[in-house]
Design a protein around this ligand. Structure first.
Ligand code: NI
Length: 133
């Protein structure tokens, strides 16, 4: 049997409640197995994005909490640092808390990956997906 580690992580209560509900609906035996699957899916997604190279077109779609102090400024600053590959942006005020932003991008796959990664790691960015064609 493979060695396992016990970890302690902080998760927003509403996210945990939603996760637990979905995990139970699917029929997972426990939260650990579901989290392991989610971690593997995350790693697979990042790995497949790393295999892309050359010029690509696409979009970065993200949802973030606009009320998180300093977050909007940080996201804007990152976008300005990468303005050479952002062709257009679309902003939708989703709910009282959340905004959805779509960045139409065109450039080297590596640059788009760097932009997506710089945005995704910010606290308050709840979901981000980069789609390239
Ligand atoms: Ni908004």
């Amino acid at each position: 049997m493979k060695r396992t580690e016990r970890i302690c992580i902080s998760v927003p209560s509403d996210l945990l409640a939603e996760f637990d509900k979905v995990v139970m609906d699917i029929g997972y035996p426990n939260r650990s197995k579901a989290l392991q699957d989610a971690m593997r899916a995350f790693l697979a997604e990042l790995k497949s994005s790393k295999e892309l190279s050359g010029m690509v077109n696409g979009a970065i779609v993200m949802i973030y909490e606009h009320g998180k102090p300093g977050l909007v400024e940080e996201l804007l600053e990152i976008q300005h640092e990468h303005d050479g590959i952002i062709a257009a942006t679309l902003h939708i005020h989703l709910t009282e808390e959340d905004c959805l932003e779509v960045l139409a991008v065109r450039g080297e796959a590596r640059q788009i990956r760097e932009l997506a990664d710089a945005l995704r790691v910010k606290k308050g960015v709840k979901a981000l997906r980069a789609v390239v064609l």
